[in-house]
Write a protein that binds this ligand. Structure first.
Ligand code: FES
Length: 169
């Protein structure tokens, strides 16, 4: 009689563990708090999804806004802007910028603050890439891949050809 009692396993309630087959719960701890394995796995999956969404800013975390800029630069100070298609990477005050010469008298000024979580995007080939989670933008600032994010902020530019200056605001 004593030997028989040693083989009896505790009754499982609310789970699909079959003690008569000698199976152990796949997830340790599923029985200890009174929930079944299926419920345990569902709850674990939900918690994992919530953690993942929180990590990527997907639960209503607002995107990072670009810092204000109100400055004028001399184009001649940035040799990369001498030619159409040139890209200058620099910081004005606390604002990391990329200025692209799109035509003889037009420029694009982009914030390099990643809208996702504020990383500073870097030039990579013909793109900009955020080193933090990999969001990728083309040279117009449009998001094109990697971590989902809004496109880079575009500042207003005013080119004064006679003075050779570019106002950025
Ligand atoms: S901060 Fe997350 S991709 Fe830039």
């Amino acid at each position: 009689m004593l030997m028989d009692n040693m083989n009896v396993q505790p009754e499982c309630r609310g789970c699909d563990h079959d003690p008569s087959r000698g199976l152990r719960p796949a997830v340790m701890g599923a029985h200890e708090d009174g929930i079944g394995r299926r419920t345990f796995l569902i709850q674990s999956g939900i918690l994992t999804a919530i953690a993942a969404l929180s990590a990527c800013g997907g639960l209503g975390g607002g995107e990072i806004t670009a810092p204000n800029v109100n400055s004028t630069i001399n184009i001649s100070d940035y040799p990369a802007l001498a030619n159409i298609g040139g890209v200058a990477i620099f910081t004005l005050g606390s604002a990391p910028l990329a200025v692209v010469r799109t035509a003889a008298s037009t420029f694009l000024a982009l914030s390099r603050v990643c809208p996702h979580q504020g990383g500073t995007v870097q030039r990579s080939g013909n793109d900009f890439v955020c080193p933090v989670h990999g969001a990728t933008y083309d040279l117009t600032g449009q998001w094109i891949g990697g971590q989902r994010a809004s496109s880079l902020h575009r500042y207003t530019t005013t080119y004064d050809a006679s003075a050779g200056t570019l106002a950025i605001s």
